[in-house]
Design a protein around this ligand. Structure first.
Ligand code: ATP
Ligand code: MG
Length: 219
């Protein structure tokens, strides 16, 4: 065998060995995926309870209200009925409200347009109690499949609404009714009551770079 032939032979051997290695990797990958699929299938077949879910979307990052409204859009897209209560910024323009109201979603908004730097506590408490009446009506109505209580968490952290009253309405809502609550620093008790809780973390936000809130993205 000359040098050239030896080199060819070595290259062929290497190719065969690489191929064998790839085949083994592929087989291992398939076996792993098969095991994963079995586990997921088993979990899916175990998860056979149907009930109205309570979701909490909390944390300091952006995306809590958009997630809540996204869930409303998802439900309405399937022909479910939904209702929304906005506990702050009620008087502000709101893209989701403009859209969802056209699709028959009733909105109840807090009259004062309560914000972080609220000056008139008595008026805010009165407005919170008033809009809560509407929230209670939604939470008692079996014809509503999904209720979004956007920014409810602040009503509890500011002690504008009694926790017991909020808990009672949540616990006694119709068995099949879904509920989404958004807002930072969610009260521990609501987290305990919820079925699904997500905490949105802020990695960075455009506002910190001096960029003002943008229509269609921030409101
Ligand atoms: P979004 O409505 O965009 O989903 P959110 O509901 O998670 O936001 P909120 O605390 O309700 O957040 O604040 C609403 C407004 O504040 C939005 O304009 C949003 O872009 C902005 N915002 C949210 N998170 C942050 C943050 N970490 N830093 C600065 N601004 C924020
Ligand atoms: Mg929000």
């Amino acid at each position: 065998m000359n040098d050239e032939q030896t080199n060819d032979q070595q290259a062929n051997d290497q190719q065969a060995s690489d191929q064998q290695h790839d085949d083994i990797k592929q087989q291992r990958h398939q076996a792993r995926q098969q095991r994963l699929k079995q586990q997921v299938d088993a979990a899916v077949s175990r998860a056979n309870t149907e009930k109205g879910l309570m979701l909490v979307i909390t944390g300091n990052g952006k995306g809590k209200s958009t997630s809540g409204f996204g869930t409303v859009a998802r439900a309405v897209g399937h022909g479910l009925t939904a209702a929304v209560v906005q506990f702050i910024k009620g008087s502000w323009d709101c893209g989701e409200r403009n859209l969802l109201a056209q699709h028959g979603v009733p909105f109840a908004v807090m009259a004062t347009g309560f914000t972080w730097d609220t000056q008139d506590k008595a008026a805010d408490i009165a407005a919170a109690k008033q809009v809560w009446q509407q929230a209670e009506a939604f939470l008692a109505d079996p014809a509503i499949d999904l209720v979004l209580l956007d920014e409810l968490t602040y009503m509890l952290s500011y002690h504008y609404l009694p926790l017991e009253q909020v808990e009672r309405a949540i616990v006694n809502r119709p068995a099949g009714q879904h509920l989404v609550i958004t807002g930072r620093a969610c009260h521990r008790r609501l987290i305990e009551l919820a079925d699904t809780v997500s905490e949105v973390q802020s990695v960075k936000h455009a506002f910190d770079a001096g960029i003002k809130a943008q229509k269609g993205i921030d409101w």
